[in-house]
Ligand binder design. Structure first.
Ligand SMILES: Nc1ncnc2c1ncn2[C@@H]1O[C@H](COP(=O)(O)OP(=O)(O)OP(=O)(O)O)[C@@H](O)[C@H]1O
Length: 549
């Protein structure tokens, strides 16, 4: 360090300030007292102080007491520093207080001058010394900014070549620095208060949106509490739900439309530690392509035409809760990339936002598409598929779990008798037979609608016949459902087994094996594979498993 300044006498200091400087000083005092922002502070220094004190340039760094670091807070925006490529990096960097310069300044009551060439020789010189050197700066004076005994920052001055060096050591300069320190402390306090207000506003908005969301979802959540099923396939589903619910593991729910994927998503969320916050649902199929990003990640006010207010996206809304991505297979490819990034980083950026936001979410995704086929067709990103397919749960179609039909029918009769205020108790033998013989292309949803109609139409305590609409247009399009050709039960079974085998990468037994997903013993599945002639077109996967493609 090169410390060559000596404390001048009072008379010397008085002599070194001329009338113009006194006027500037007065106007500096006035403007610094009004400073409420960085911009105010900057103009007080640029327009007035620089000339009084003979500064070529300056930089203010602030101190983070908690982490014992210092880093840039305010620079002269017109400075020649700002044009350098590494300028931004230097501005964002933080340095240890005990870096050999900052600690010397903070421990000194007077300004401390440094020869940059001398400092650059130190092998442990902080990064900003090399930066200053590269800028051709030969000398820097560091001045501690304190309020009372608390260090709040450092004013780094690059003195003008022909400046009167005694000015920086005089009593008047101490006064100038004290005013600067108070202004800086006020601005820092304002910034902290603004940040807290922003955070409070954010939580208020999140709460308001959660409340609106919960009101919209109220009917569904209350009415969908029970999941009915005693077929081996549904018992396997319940077993998987129990195993995965308490963790944060990503779940992929697969199955035709109306098989209960959303209901299972709710059951998983309700059994998870996140249950006290509402599960947030996004229906990927219902999002207009140009709004997907805003819906998922939110946007800042004015970030695009029509963004008249700031909006919190579903990812942020689901913070500390579960995000249910329904119909994820419908998401356009471009948006899949954005979703993948958010899932990988677990952080999002609002459209027009300045910084990323961390989110703590559990993902449950659902689709009625065969995602592997979608991947093969180039419609679904394979990396996203593998990110989602961590713990798949397959909801079997209703036609393959006949033993669930009667319990479900009884459940819906009870539900709608209560809701519609009807005294309907059960089904006639004929209606039961009709129930068992029907194909249920719309799965549980169709069954539910049929019983709502039946309860409404019933003339006594027993439903005598089912109000089945056989019109093709009434049937929701399931994956296996066709409006033109009706598949036999055997064809259906074959196709379903093939689908599950593909899902399990050909694995039949054990964890994530097809037998488990189908809810049948391995021996039963093997004999069905033989019986349905599935084994003939085997494909051997790289992992050694075999499956039909
Ligand atoms: N096992 C079940 N027990 C009771 N109700 C069920 C069951 N499965 C489905 N439901 C009911 O059937 C209807 C459709 O279920 P849900 O919306 O969960 O299906 P989904 O597979 O998500 O359909 P989609 O693919 O069309 O979104 C809902 O009203 C749901 O409550």
């Amino acid at each position: 360090m090169n410390s060559t300044y000596t404390q001048p006498s009072r008379t010397q200091v008085h002599l070194s300030i001329n009338d113009e400087q006194k006027n500037l000083l007065l106007s500096y005092s006035y403007s610094i007292a009004q400073a409420r922002s960085k911009a105010d502070l900057s103009s007080a220094i640029n327009d007035r102080l620089k000339r009084v004190c003979g500064m070529k340039d300056y930089l203010i760094s602030t101190i983070d007491e908690a982490t014992h670091t210092h880093g840039s807070f305010l620079i002269n925006a017109n400075s020649h520093y700002a044009r350098r490529a590494d300028f931004k990096e230097m501005m964002n960097a933080r340095f240890c207080i005990n870096d050999g310069l900052a600690n010397m300044v903070l421990n000194s009551a007077d300004p401390v001058p440094f020869s940059i060439a001398g400092q650059a020789k130190r092998c442990d010189a902080p990064g900003y010394v090399a930066f200053w050197r590269a800028m051709g700066i030969s000398k820097i004076v560091g001045v501690a900014l304190r309020v009372g005994h608390q260090h709040i920052g450092i004013l780094w001055i690059e003195p003008d070549k022909d400046a009167d060096s005694e000015i920086l050591t005089g009593g008047f300069f101490k006064g100038v620095v004290a005013q600067l320190a108070i202004a800086l402390a006020n601005i820092l306090a304002n910034e902290r208060a603004a940040a807290h207000l922003k955070e409070i506003a954010h939580y208020k908005q999140q709460l308001a949106e959660e409340r609106t969301y919960s009101q919209q979802q109220a009917y569904n959540t209350v009415s969908n509490k029970e999941v009915i099923g005693n077929s081996p396939q549904m018992l396997e589903v319940f077993n998987r739900v129990e195993r995965v619910a308490y963790s944060d593991t990503t779940v992929l729910l697969l199955g035709e439309t109306g098989t209960g994927k959303e209901l299972i998503a709710q059951a998983i969320h309700a059994a998870s530690p996140r249950k006290n916050r509402p599960m947030i649902k996004v229906n990927c199929a219902a999002l207009p392509a140009n709004l997907v990003e805003s819906e998922l990640f939110g946007h800042e006010k004015g970030s695009f035409t029509g963004a008249t207010e700031r909006r919190i996206g579903k990812f942020e809304l689901a913070d500390n809760s579960t995000l249910f991505l329904d119909e994820v297979g419908e998401l356009p490819l471009e948006q899949q990339a954005k979703l993948l990034r958010a899932l990988q980083e677990r952080e999002i950026e609002r459209i027009g936002g300045k910084s990323p936001i961390k989110v703590n979410i559990r993902i449950i995704a659902a689709t009625n598409r065969d995602l592997l086929k979608e991947v093969a067709a180039g419609r679904f990103r394979s990396d996203l598929y593998y990110r989602l397919n961590v713990f798949p749960i397959l909801l079997p179609p209703l036609r393959l779990r006949q033993t669930d039909l009667l319990p479900l029918a009884r459940f819906f009769i009870k539900k709608f008798s209560g809701k519609l205020n009807r005294k309907v108790e059960g089904l006639s033998k004929k209606a039961e037979q009709e129930l068992m013989a029907y194909d249920w292309p719309g799965n549980v949803r169709e069954l539910e609608h049929v019983f709502e109609r039946c309860v409404l139409m019933a003339t006594g305590p027993t439903i005598k016949e089912l109000n089945l609409f056989t019109d093709a247009t009434d049937k929701p399009p399931g994956k296996y459902c066709s409006n033109t050709a009706v598949q036999t039960l055997e064809e259906n079974e074959r196709e379903h087994i093939c689908h599950v085998l593909r899902l399990c990468n050909g694995k039949i037994s054990g964890y994530f094996g097809a037998a488990g997903l189908l809810g049948v013993p391995v021996s039963t599945l093997n004999s069905k594979i033989v019986k349905l002639n599935i084994a003939k077109k085997q494909k051997v996967f790289s992992n050694g498993h075999q499956a039909v493609l």
